[in-house]
Structures are given as C-alpha cells and as structure tokens.
Design a protein. Structure first.
Length: 112
C-alpha cells in the first residue's frame, strides 16, 4: 500500500514534467520555423519532422533523428491520461534536455 501511495504522490511531478516538455517542444518548433523562414528563407515544412530534417541540413540541430524522436514523444502527450503512455514520455524527457540546450545555442545567434 505504501508503494501505491508513493506512486500516486509522484503523478503530479510526472504530469508537470510532461507538460513542461510539451511547452518546450512547442517553443523549439516555433523558434526553429522562425529561423528557417527569416534567416534561411525556407518555407514551413508540411510536417514537423521535416522541419527538423531541414534544420539539421542547415546545422541548426545536430541530429534530426533525435528530434524526430522528440516530436514522436510530443505527439503522444495528448494521451498522458494513460499511464502506459505517460511513463515512456516521462522517461524520454532526459534525452530531450541536452538537445534543447544545443538547439538554443545554435539558434541564439539568429534570434534577436
């Protein structure tokens, strides 16, 4: 019973981490699209995954496939009411953090 209570007490933390991941991914997408358009003259790709592939070609992200993994995790966040989906998304977040820092460093010279 104690482990059930502990697990229950961790749900708000898990949900908060997932929510912040959603926001961070949305901001990453918006900034990347903006830099691709305003700095490199590229139109917004029809699919978000293509946005990060294009960003990788231009050196804005180091690894397009890692970002596609982040996009896939972000796409699953609408189902986080289901613990079987929420836990893998929560477990994915630590791999996102260094990529987000790297993206920020690469975008920073292009964003006023």
């Amino acid at each position: 019973m104690t482990s059930d209570l502990l697990r229950e007490s961790e749900l708000p933390v898990r949900d908060g981490v997932i929510q912040r991941f959603e926001i961070a991914m949305d901001v990453a997408r918006q900034l990347t699209v903006r830099v691709l358009k305003e700095v490199f003259g590229r139109d917004e790709a029809p699919a978000l995954k293509d946005t990060f592939r294009e960003a990788a070609k231009l050196g804005l992200v180091a690894d397009a496939e890692a970002w596609i993994g982040h996009v896939n995790a972000r796409n699953r966040t609408s189902h986080t009411y289901d613990s079987e989906i929420a836990m893998p998304v929560f477990a994915h977040v630590p791999s996102f953090v260094p990529d987000a820092h790297d993206l920020l460093a690469r975008l920073n010279p292009h964003v006023a």
